[in-house]
Design a protein around this ligand. Sequence first.
Ligand code: ADP
Length: 298
Amino acid sequence: MIEVHELRKRYGDRLAVDGLSFTVRPGQVTGFLGPNGAGKSTTLRMIVGLDHPTGGTATVNGRRYRDHPDPLRQAGALLEARSVHRGRTARSHLLALAQTHGIGRRRVDEVLALVGLDTAAGRRAGGFSLGMGQRLGIAAALLGDPAVVILDEPVNGLDPDGVLWVRTLLQDLAAEGRTVLVSSHLMSEMALTAEHLVIIGRGRLLADTTVAELIDRVAVGTVLVRSPRAGELRDALCAAGAAVTTTEAGVLQVARADATVIGELAARQGIPLYELTPRRASLEEAYMDLTKEAVEYR
Ligand code: ADP
């Protein structure tokens, strides 16, 4: 479990994180979303003790990360800046990390196999592709068999195979009962991976919600109407202040009037309706709507 309470981080005169509070629970993948510069990486760095908060607290399994005697067993993280010695092989990189944390050799081979690097274990990390580098970073995060896994933009730059692999891995880790927090600026990818979403903009919490709730929250505000007397209905709606567009004969897209208003107006005029459908937002649209101001401000 990760608990963030009134977390704040100031860089000079800029508040990168501005009073964030949220809880990340075990057993599901939580997506951490926001436009570039929203404060995601800064928040993740504070959770794992790489940055000092200006105010507030961030705890992992009930304690500040660096107060744990066995931090790597509590939480494993892949943060954006990867620190791999380019001349070292994948195995020796992980072995060095394991040795400083009292983790055995066998676990190194286990995580290498888990991320599909067993055959590349003897190659120098400096020659790795972006995808292999990400796999090595994830292997390092999983080395301590941690209850909490934190990944910052893990699919950045990966090919479709790699993206699918990360998605499946994250879901498996969550199914094992771990707490999984994964950041992204791409709603479309998170929609497929995460059950729960924490969305921030300009360092502030915009939403802490499930994917389904987020879609319901955002009204797109248009209604699709099908009628054999569409022209007449269109005139009546426009006269009533609605905005109407037509894309095909007999079909209207109506804005500035909801389904109730349209239905009642049609009934009063005796115009039959074949369809009256408020359009649901796609997750992408819901996200755009939510983060619109945060982006515009920048
Ligand atoms: P995100 O991960 O959501 O893209 P970041 O946490 O990287 O956002 O950045 C949030 C804000 O804090 C940005 O405006 C960024 O420029 C600023 N920032 C991040 N790290 C530093 C730093 N070390 N020094 C100064 N400003 C920083």
